[in-house]
Design a protein. Structure first.
Length: 161
């Protein structure tokens, strides 16, 4: 309960700071527990190996990343998450995780702005978790500079050059 309160308070302060960045400066950071535990695809830091079978929400993350032109990294734990966030190109983080992990991550990367989106734990902690795609989209859009929050790169035709 305390962790949830802290994440909500942090999100409020982060929004009050009115930080807005370009898509390449925002990192969408997600935990490995979003992938089904019995999935045979070995997803690394990127989600490129996903076959979009529909059993988990990884395809939703790929769509959000593509729609906004942002990076999305999948972290197996706190140290890996800190590694991704410490990249000098990352100025803002939208993180999906449980309350405890969000709390620890927000503290660890302060003063870097982090918007936390709490995941849904239907099978207990750290197993087959889910998230609200609309909440993640809204969080991402709120941290991007005006005019950048609604671009859909996936729908654009490829260059003919």
């Amino acid at each position: 309960m305390l962790f949830r309160w802290f994440v909500s308070l942090n999100n409020g302060f982060t929004r009050l700071r009115r930080v807005r960045v370009n898509p390449e400066e925002l990192l969408l950071l997600v935990p490995r527990c979003l992938q089904k535990t019995d999935c045979t695809q070995a997803l690394g830091a990127t989600l490129d190996a996903c076959r979009a079978c529909g059993r988990c929400q990884v395809p939703d993350l790929i769509a959000i990343s593509s729609d906004f032109g942002i990076r999305c990294s999948l972290a197996a734990g706190g140290r890996e998450a800190l590694f991704f966030v410490s990249d000098t190109r990352v100025h803002v983080v939208v993180a999906v995780a449980c309350e405890k992990e969000l709390f620890q991550g927000i503290i660890a990367v302060f003063p870097k702005p982090v918007l936390g989106v709490m995941n849904i734990q239907t099978n207990g902690p750290c197993r087959n978790t889910r998230f609200d795609p609309d909440a993640v989209r809204a969080a991402v859009a709120s941290m991007l500079k005006p005019g950048k929050e609604g671009r859909f790169k996936a729908a654009e035709p490829p260059d003919s050059e």
